[in-house]
Each structure stands twice: as C-alpha cells, then as structure tokens.
Design a protein around this ligand. Structure first.
Ligand SMILES: NC(=O)c1ccc[n+]([C@@H]2O[C@H](COP(=O)([O-])OP(=O)(O)OC[C@H]3O[C@@H](n4cnc5c(N)ncnc54)[C@H](O)[C@@H]3O)[C@@H](O)[C@H]2O)c1
Length: 334
C-alpha cells in the first residue's frame, strides 16, 4: 500500500487531505506545513498522521509519495526535492511557475522512474470527460471554436494573478479536449484593484487544425460563471459547471449552406434540432484524480496529466502572456 504525505495545508490542502483519508488505495500517513497552527488543526482532524514543519523532515520519513499543495512559486523547489529523494509526486496546478522549470521536473521524474502528476482537477471531472468523448467520436463534427468564461468575485490570491490562478483550469481542459498545443496565442487584461496583478484577463488561442478558443477570467464579477461553449460543424455543446443537474447540454444546431442556384447567391438555413442533457456520474473529480495518481504508482502507467501535460499548460500561458496587446511595442495603430 502506497504511503502518502501531504505538503501544504492552507485553503486547498484540506480538500486533498479529505480525499486521501477517504480513498482505500493508499495509507495517508503524514502531513507538513510551515505554519504550526495549520499543522495542528490537521493533526486534530486526522489524529493518526505524523506532522512535520519542514519538507526535509517529511521527505526523510517513511512515505512513498507526496501531494504538494503549496503556493505556485514553491512548486518547483518542493517537487524537485521530493523527486530527488525518490518519491512519486503529485503537484497542484500549475506544475511550476515557468515552462523550463516544469520541463526540468518532468526530466527528473523520467530519469528516476517516478510518477509525476499535475493536479488539473477538471480533466478528471465527468462532464469534461464526456465532452472529450463527444469530440473524439466525431459527434460534434469539426471543432470551429470554443469560448470559456470563468468569473466570480474573488478569491484574490497573493502570489499570482488571475491568469495563473483561473485560466490554468480552462487551458488544461482545452489541451485535453484538442490534444494539441496552440500555434499562436495572445492576451490582454487589467489590474483593477491591485496594481500589477491582473484581476481580469482575456486570452485567445489558435490551434494547428484551425480551431480557435477564447478564455475570459476574472476575480471581479458579480456572478459566478463557469461556462464553456463548444461549437462544432455538426453539434454544439454548452458545459455549465455551476448547473447542479444538467452540466452538459448537447444541441443539434447549426447552419446549413445550400448550393447556390445562381452565381454568388448563397442560401443559409438554420438547423434547430433537439437538445440532450446526458446523465453524468456524480463522483467528486478530486477523488477520481487522486485515485488515478495512486493507480499510476501501482501500475507504472503514465498519468493523464503527467509532467509533460503540465509543462504544455504552462507553455500555453506563457505564449498568451508574451503577446500582450497592452504592451506598446505590440499595439497596432488604429
Ligand atoms: N485544483 C484546484 O481546483 C485548486 C483549487 C485551489 C488551489 N489549487 C492549488 O493549490 C495550491 C495551494 O493553494 P492554496 O490556495 O491552498 O494556497 P494557500 O496559500 O492557502 O496554502 C498554502 C500552504 O502551503 C504552506 N507552505 C508554503 N510553503 C511551504 C513549504 N515550503 N513547505 C510546507 N508548507 C508550505 C503555507 O504555510 C500554506 O499553509 C496552489 O498551487 C493552487 O493553484 C488548486
């Protein structure tokens, strides 16, 4: 049985502690946080755990794998130390704060034959997997465009901006669905509340097959929205993660172009067929994700969101940030 230690017990760590305690596929034996109060709170909740205030001490203990839920700027250092000490490593999203660092982690994991997985939780959620099946089966036809909206009020993060916090989710879903990396990308955003930290941003991507995608992310919006629209040549899908019962709606809708009878005379009609909302499993994505990590350790299989996938997500963010429409040297005069 794999013995697992959890590093980072802040906002997100307790959710990982809950599923590590819930699953029967590992022994959740240890936890670590620099903050003694947070450590004490977790030890009170799970009295059988060993607690550590330093990563080094945790790594020297009797564990086979670690789950890292520390701030993004620390992912590289913590994950590298864990891999070098021979542990399998799960790192919360994004894998690292730069693509060279993400690739370095991937190389260390490969050289040491350890499983490295990035916590792109949405890639394990039943609605996202269902849309992937629809895309791969050809049910949607050619993918024409996708638009993502992930907005609400807060949670303002101290260490990163809204792109590195929220857009990471949409980009992971996008790369999983399309199974290719963008050939061009761009972005613009604004720091409305805190200077130098964007709390609203718009990103867009173009893929080799012609598909285009946009992502709108914001910490400054009155309503919570988690909505994705996938437009294919045969069908269209709306994925609304806030809908409690019908997260996915498949629309048999589109435009039919009729052959022109006279030169240059195009005729368009609109197909407005049925809408179907498939029944989806209600399993918690975080549990599916952690059990996938544990299964990969047991079987030697490569995780769906391995280090290479995590590095591709980071590269896509960097590509979008590099072409920032607000930078004066990149502005096209009106
Ligand atoms: N998958 C998801 O849906 C999801 C959701 C929220 C956050 N996250 C990710 O989880 C990670 C943590 O986010 P958070 O909101 O919990 O952050 P947080 O700041 O609330 O908590 C981080 C914790 O790590 C501890 N810590 C920092 N450096 C440490 C070190 N070197 N050793 C041990 N402990 C250390 C801090 O004391 C703190 O308790 C981030 O990577 C974030 O992107 C993922």
């Amino acid at each position: 049985m794999t013995k697992v230690g959890l590093i980072g017990l802040g906002y997100w760590g307790p959710n990982l502690a809950r599923v590590l305690n819930q699953t029967t596929r590992c022994e959740f034996t240890a936890c670590c946080d620099l903050d003694p109060q947070r450590l004490k709170k977790t030890l009170r909740q799970y009295p059988g755990l060993k607690g550590f205030e330093s990563v080094e001490d945790l790594l020297s203990s009797d564990i086979d794998a670690v789950v890292v839920a520390t701030p993004i700027s620390t992912h590289f250092d913590v994950a590298r130390r864990a891999l070098h000490s021979g542990k399998h490593v799960f790192v919360e999203k994004p894998l690292a704060d730069s693509s060279p660092r993400a690739r370095e982690l991937t190389e260390i994991a490969q050289a040491r034959d350890r499983r490295l997985m990035t916590g792109h939780t949405f890639v394990y959620s039943p609605p996202v997997v269902k849309v992937k099946e629809l895309i791969d089966s050809g049910a949607l036809g050619d993918l024409q465009y996708l638009s993502f909206s992930r907005v609400n009020l807060g949670l303002y993060r101290k260490d990163v901006d809204v792109v590195w916090d929220l857009a990471v989710h949409d980009i992971s879903i996008l790369l999983y669905w399309l199974d290719e990396s963008p050939i061009s990308a761009g972005s613009f955003g604004r720091s409305c509340v805190q200077s130098f930290k964007r709390d609203v941003a718009y990103l867009w991507f173009q893929f080799p097959g012609g598909t285009i995608a946009s992502c709108e992310v914001s910490w400054l919006s009155p309503q919570k929205m988690r909505r994705t629209c996938v437009v294919g040549s045969k069908r269209m899908v709306v994925y609304d993660d806030t809908d409690p019962s019908e997260k996915i709606k498949i629309y048999d809708r589109g435009v039919i172009v009729h052959q022109p009878e006279n030169f240059g005379e195009f005729q368009l009609t609109y197909r407005t067929g049925d809408m179907v909302a498939p029944n989806l499993a209600n399993t918690e994505p975080l549990l599916i994700e952690i059990e996938h990590f544990l299964d990969c350790i047991a079987t030697g299989e490569t995780p769906r969101t391995d280090g290479r996938f995590g590095a591709k997500v980071v590269s896509a963010i960097e590509m979008a940030e590099k072409f920032d429409w607000q930078r004066e040297d990149q502005l096209v005069a009106a």
